[in-house]
Each structure stands twice: as structure tokens, then as C-alpha cells.
Design a protein around this ligand. Structure first.
Ligand SMILES: [Zn+2]
Length: 278
């Protein structure tokens, strides 16, 4: 069995803050102050991460100093242009825009910048995932076979990103290509019979804390290895420091004793299938 640290990987969900935002917030000490391109490139080399998917926040203030989605997209595209073999980028949504405007900005990003998907973050946007606001965007993603990532770390049954709401979206748009980020946390069982991928970002150490290693392994396997996507949410974590994230992930995943072939699917192939399938 290969060790997770040394195996070639794609991280399906990370965050980078563009340099102009770092410069304007040079005193910042929060977790986002760590989300620097140079730091992450070093981490990629150290941990055998060949590529990573950069996820936006549905909060334009984090990606440009003009606080505009078009500028945020441009900043992410600059990273992609400099390192086309290291990153994929998902398009962003500003909830203060009308849905038609959000659609235009997403189309522009997909067509001009070759972005790879669309990120929906109900906790940041305050737009429930099953809101009518998203209909135009879902229809576009469906028609163009573009993958969408949905933040799903619900705290209550009626949370804006509750799994019941994701189920409603998928019953309305059954062919939508969906990756549910953070596995729906404690509502993971509601995702088991859905046709979607799940990314294990942020949630893995939380599962171990809640359920222990053995049960965490069972939860992962209950999805089948064809649907699991390796992802970290670097540099964000609810319970550990940014610097500990990858070592902690590898410790947990090594414990799970997936076969080499299973590791390759989770660490590399599934995210490619999700991004490229049409
Ligand atoms: Zn995230």
C-alpha cells in the first residue's frame, strides 16, 4: 500500500488569496493571510500535490480590492495563466448581483479564462442552495456540462446548505454534475443515494474527532471509492492549524488502508472524471 504523502495527488478544494489582497491587508493575521501562492507552491512540491482546484468564496472582497467578481476572476486567471499545469479554478458568485449578472460573469470566466466549474457557497452568500436565484446558473451548468461544487457543512436541518436542499436541487436538475464539498458533514447519509461526488475537504479531521478513525473509514467507504475526492480546504480548518492539515489528512487516510488502485481514484482520477466528464 502506497503512503498518501508520497502518492501523486490533485487537491480538489483549496483557497488562494491574490497578491493584491495580501498587500492591502499586510497586517492581517487570520487564516486567509496564509493563503499565499508562493507558500502553496512549496507545499505542493513537499506533499506531491501535482495540481489543485482553487475555490472562490462567493465573497468578492476576498479576491480583489475592487470587491468585484470580474476583478476576482481576473486575479485567479493570472494565477492560472502563470501555472496552467498546477491549478484549476472555479468561477465565483456575488450574491449582491442579480442572477442574470451572475450568469454573465460566470459565462465570461468559463469562455475567456477556461475556468473549470462554479462554486456555490450558501453560508457566505446567504442564498439557500435551492433558491430560485440559482436556477439560471444550474440550467447553464447543466446545458454546458460544467461541474459545480456546493459548500455543505450544515449546522442545522434547515441550514442554507442542508443536504435536504441539495436533494431538492438534484431532483429538479438530475443531470447536474455536482461535487458536494465537506461531504455534508453530519448529514452525509442523505448524500449516499444521490448521483454526486463528495470532496473530503475540511471534514476529515472533524469526523475523526466526532466518530473516531474506525467509523471515519466506514463513512468514507460507504460512498464507494468512485465518488470520493481528495481535498483539504487548505489553509482552512475548523479544528487544526493550517500547517498541520496535510500531515493530518495523510495520517487518517493511511489508517484507512485503501488499496493502491483505490488511492489513485480518490487522490487523482475521480476529480479528473468530475472535471472532464461530459
Ligand atoms: Zn473551502
Amino acid at each position: 500500500m502506497l503512503a498518501w504523502k508520497s502518492v501523486k495527488k490533485i487537491d480538489g478544494h483549496i483557497h488562494l488569496i491574490p497578491d493584491e489582497v495580501h498587500k492591502a491587508n499586510s497586517e492581517a493575521q487570520d487564516v486567509f493571510s496564509k493563503a499565499k501562492l508562493r507558500s502553496y507552491l512549496e507545499i505542493m512540491d513537499r506533499y506531491n500535490i501535482e495540481k489543485a482546484v482553487i475555490m472562490p468564496f462567493n465573497d468578492p472582497a476576498l479576491l480583489s480590492m475592487q470587491f468585484e467578481i470580474s476583478k476576482g476572476h481576473e486575479n485567479l486567471w493570472k494565477i492560472l495563466k502563470e501555472y496552467p499545469d498546477r491549478f484549476y479554478v472555479f468561477a465565483d458568485i456575488d450574491p449582491s448581483n442579480k442572477p442574470e449578472k451572475s450568469l454573465d460573469l460566470i459565462k465570461e470566466a468559463m469562455e475567456n479564462y477556461a475556468f473549470s466549474g462554479i462554486k456555490f457557497h450558501p453560508a457566505n452568500s446567504a442564498i439557500p442552495i435551492d433558491s430560485n436565484y440559482n436556477d439560471l446558473l444550474f440550467e447553464y451548468a447543466w446545458e454546458k456540462k460544467i461541474g459545480i461544487a456546493i459548500h455543505a457543512y450544515p449546522n442545522t436541518k434547515n441550514d442554507l446548505c442542508a443536504v435536504s436542499r441539495i436533494r431538492r436541487v438534484l431532483s429538479k436538475y438530475p443531470k447536474l454534475k455536482v461535487m458536494v464539498s465537506h461531504m455534508g458533514f453530519l448529514e452525509f447519509e442523505g448524500l449516499l443515494d444521490l448521483d454526486c461526488y463528495v470532496d473530503i475537504s475540511a471534514v476529515l479531521p472533524d469526523y475523526v474527532k466526532h466518530f473516531g478513525l474506525k467509523k471515519t473509514n466506514e463513512i468514507l467507504r460507504s460512498f464507494s471509492v468512485d465518488r470520493l475526492i481528495f481535498a483539504s480546504d487548505w489553509p482552512c480548518s475548523r479544528i487544526i492549524d493550517s500547517e498541520e492539515i496535510y500531515d493530518e489528512y495523510y495520517k487518517i487516510l493511511d489508517f484507512c488502508q485503501f488499496s493502491d488502485q483505490e488511492i489513485h481514484k480518490i487522490a487523482y482520477q475521480n476529480i479528473l472524471n468530475f472535471l472532464m466528464e461530459s
